[in-house]
Design a protein around this ligand. Sequence first.
Ligand SMILES: O=C(CO)[C@H](O)[C@H](O)COP(=O)(O)O
Length: 260
Amino acid sequence: MPLPTPPSPISVLEKSKQLAAWTAVDQHVRPEHRVRIAMLCSTVPYVVERIVQLGAEANQERVFIPTGFQSKELIVSSGLSLGDVDQFPTIDVTLDGADEVDTQLNCIKGGGACHLREKVLAEAADTFILVADYRKNVQYLGTNFTPGIPIEVVPFAYAKVLQNLHHILGSPKASLRMAVKKAGPVVSDNGNFIIDAPFDQETMKTPYTIMAQIKMLTGVVEVGVFCNMAKAAYFGNEDGSVTIRWNDGRVDQVAAPRPQ
Ligand SMILES: O=C(CO)[C@H](O)[C@H](O)COP(=O)(O)O
């Protein structure tokens, strides 16, 4: 008789995302919280996984707010209640992934082209928490994440904004993000285009300044740099531990959480 196939182990990278997500849920999703948020990225399914493990009773009065199509599907297929930010303009806690996080907890977001909605939901939250794997824990933004700062722009203005980025703001390689299984550019959930603008390290050492300069360009809807927003960032490590960076400069190292 053939032996049953053991469940395939998840990779070290996936495990590190899961550790970060589970630890963040365990520390920030409290019994009294009613409104939660789940967002789109490869780490957030582990946030949802841990929330589901809390049980139907714990979650029955909770509402989960997605940032886009994919996270909406995830919430619905997990049997959680769906809400929106126009119903719940104040959110207890927002847990989200990031493309990269620096030591001040500034982060790049928008690799999935959802950063407009993600920033609205991060601002609406009493507590904004980042979850990521070890590759995203960096001193300066742009270290490992090299495509550049994601910028959502109204289609009518994209060529003008690109020119401004090339010739005024110092990003000669800024380019329109192109779709993979569709001809033409990526179109965001809001019907806009996305530009990716890489900057040199000197510029990325002061992310608030470049974020504000880009946002001032007419036609820009939102910039994928989040500054002074996160309370903490959780990074899953290759050795099974989790590094927690807090916005007051504290750094904790904790062991992996146990299954519920
Ligand atoms: O900002 C985002 C989407 O707009 C994501 O949070 C970011 O791209 C990280 O995604 P992943 O965890 O899949 O690497």
